[in-house]
Design a protein around this ligand. Structure first.
Ligand SMILES: [Mn+2]
Length: 351
């Protein structure tokens, strides 16, 4: 039996809303899902498992119709999904009365439900969030009651307010594989008998690193899975080291080169670190790097020659200020105070 495990698609999310660059993101996430379904169809994958948060918020009826029509087009794959903390079953949720195609089984109850696929020798269990949060931990009533050769559980959560659990506890439930959802960062290695697929696409600038889905096989209760990178874009946080030779023009060239190297489709947060020429200021607000640059943070320090400044200013405020920092190992805050202070004093002099 071959399956694909995904979670946290967050359809309908508008990451970095307002930025012209990411206007197409909501549609891109649907595109990514289409790509996943195309693979299911092409390779005649038996089961598609979606472990919660298909939608970022309550799904609209037209979205469910669209989604259902996409699932329905699969000629072989059976789809099983649960609702997570984002698309939880509100009393008026469109999930409640929706009629799904024959190959789609939503497990929308608050209590554990199970669907059996005798043709694949596999059963899938799961439940859905009825509220935004789910306190408490793993419950005994979720223990595996074996009825098929392969037993799979869909489980959404794993942080403090959404079903806090440890992986060992999940393994103890006795399933052959638990498809985890909620944590957007994928497990690149399988840990125990459970795995987070991570979100199909990064949906927030904090979702850094690779994203995609998990593909696996399960035979006689023995599972093998592998992570497949599939996201169209990646958020990258990069530190850029500058030195005294760095000017605004060179910095712009460097940032452009970084974007070319790591991919123009990706979204960047740059942090400038190191010591710059004290006379140079980087006008990061007006750098047209191209591509998706979300932020350029300037943490560089002017490379003052404190010895020289001190000997030339022994008798004035600047000298006394530098002196007060000497003699002991400086903390990071102390260092900052020294640089900022020297800069401030030097600047008032220029006026
Ligand atoms: Mn979630």
């Amino acid at each position: 039996m071959r399956f694909i495990h995904t979670a946290d698609l967050h359809l309908g999310v508008k990451p970095d809303a307002g930025s012209a660059y990411t206007k197409g993101r909501p549609e891109e996430i649907w595109e990514s899902l289409r790509g996943l379904l195309a693979r299911c169809e092409k390779e005649q994958i038996d089961l598609l498992l979606i472990a919660g948060d298909l939608f970022h918020r309550q799904p609209l009826l037209r979205e469910l119709k669209e989604l259902n029509s996409m699932f329905e087009a699969l000629t072989h794959t059976k789809v099983v999904f649960t609702a997570g903390n984002h698309d939880y079953l509100k009393p008026n949720s469109m999930y409640r009365n929706f009629r799904w195609a024959g190959n789609v089984t939503p497990l929308l109850g608050a209590r554990l439900m199970k669907v059996e696929f005798p043709e694949f020798g596999t059963a899938v269990s799961g439940f859905s969030y009825q509220e935004r949060e789910l306190p408490g931990g793993i419950r005994v009533e979720w223990k595996c009651v074996r009825s098929m050769e392969n037993e799979i559980l869909l489980l959404h959560g794993g942080d403090e307010r959404h079903l806090p659990f440890g992986r060992a506890e999940v393994d103890l439930l006795g399933y052959d594989y638990t498809a985890l959802g909620h944590i957007h960062k994928p497990d690149l290695e399988m840990k125990g008998k459970c795995r987070y697929s991570g979100s199909l696409e990064p949906t927030d600038p904090n979702d850094i690193g690779k994203h995609g889905y998990v593909i696996g096989t399960i035979e006689h209760g023995v599972v093998e899975t592998e992570f497949v990178p599939a996201a169209r874009r990646e958020y990258l946080n990069l530190d850029i080291r500058v030195d005294q030779e760095m000017t605004g023009r060179r910095l712009l060239e460097k940032l452009r080169a970084e974007v070319l190297e790591h991919g123009e489709e990706n979204l960047y947060r740059f942090t400038l670190v190191g010591f710059r020429d004290p006379d140079i200021r980087f006008d990061t607000g007006h750098m047209d790097v191209g591509g998706g640059v979300l932020e350029i943070r300037d943490l560089t320090k002017p490379s003052y020659d404190f010895e020289k400044l001190l000997s030339a200013n022994r008798r004035n405020l600047l000298g006394r200020f530098i002196e007060s920092f000497q003699g002991e190992e400086q903390s990071e805050v102390g260092q900052m105070a020294l640089y900022e202070g020297v800069q401030a004093i030097l600047e008032t002099r220029k006026e």
